[in-house]
Write a protein that binds this ligand. Structure first.
Ligand code: NI
Length: 267
């Protein structure tokens, strides 16, 4: 595990941009002239609910660095469970970790996932680089497609392994944009596509959080039977509002997150 939080986030960012070339491009265009205001609202990670590599195992890497659990979320239809984590230093990104509830799927899917996970060593789960270590197994393209039929999320984790699914830029910190809508327009004007599931903007000021995201980039994955271009990661944007106590909301909205997951859908 890392002992320096900024080093961890830098490593996570490097891994993320290696398969998400649109993210640094968007960051540059949105941040023009105000580099100091480029602030990550949160990052998100995905895993399976198998104990050895479950949500709590990923969370340990952040807890060691002072993060604490601050909320949980259930996604009934997608069969996912998630928690978010905060740090006393509020300039650090929030962390959102989800896990697929594998036992709610077919025995075929469970067999495939258990086989992949069995190839990970216990040492690698606690190693410094685990959260950006990618895949620890081989997989062929037809197995990926088999998973895809039941769960886009399962197929994504099987193809990519462990790395940030997205980084999220804080709209609040950008003086250049007065609203998430204005930020979205700028992103689209530069030719990037947004996820429109549930509308371009998920959430409202009344829910204290508005979110939007690009559609995932396509990057090459090496399957045992050849390389294929598949959806990798996306970039998200968040605008937070003061809650009832007049403090900027620090949680997440399950209905919005549910639609954000679809940013990696096939298309
Ligand atoms: Ni997010």
């Amino acid at each position: 595990m890392h002992n320096d939080v900024n080093t961890l986030f830098n490593k996570l960012w490097d891994k993320y941009v290696s398969i998400t070339p649109s993210a640094p491009k968007i960051r540059t265009l949105l941040g023009f002239g105000e580099v100091d205001n480029l602030f990550n609202d949160h990052i998100a990670l995905r895993t399976f609910d198998i104990q050895r590599i479950g949500l709590d195992k990923l969370a340990e890497h952040f807890k060691t660095l002072g993060y604490y659990e601050a909320g949980e979320y259930h996604f009934k239809e997608k069969k996912l469970f998630a928690k978010h984590f905060l740090h006393a230093d509020t300039s650090l990104p929030k962390v959102f970790i989800s896990e697929l509830l594998t036992t709610e799927f077919s025995t075929q899917l469970q067999g495939i996932i258990n086989n992949l996970v069995s190839q990970i060593s216990d040492e690698s789960v606690v190693a410094k680089d685990f959260l950006y270590s990618g895949r620890h197994w081989d997989i062929d393209y037809s197995t990926y497609q088999t998973l895809l039929q039941e769960s886009e999320y399962a197929a994504w984790v099987a193809a990519w392994g462990f790395l940030p699914n997205h980084f999220t830029l804080s709209c609040n910190h950008l003086n250049k944009f007065s609203s998430l809508q204005a930020l979205n327009s700028a992103v689209k004007d530069h030719g990037f596509e947004l996820n429109t599931a549930g509308g371009e903007i998920k959430g409202t000021e009344a829910l204290y959080l508005e979110q939007s995201s690009t559609l995932a980039d396509f990057s090459a994955v090496s399957f045992t039977d050849g390389a294929k271009l598949i959806p990798s990661c996306f970039y998200e944007f968040a605008q937070r509002y003061p809650d009832k106590d007049k403090n900027l909301f620090t949680g997440f909205v399950a209905a919005s997150a549910d639609k954000i997951f679809e940013s990696t859908d096939q298309r």
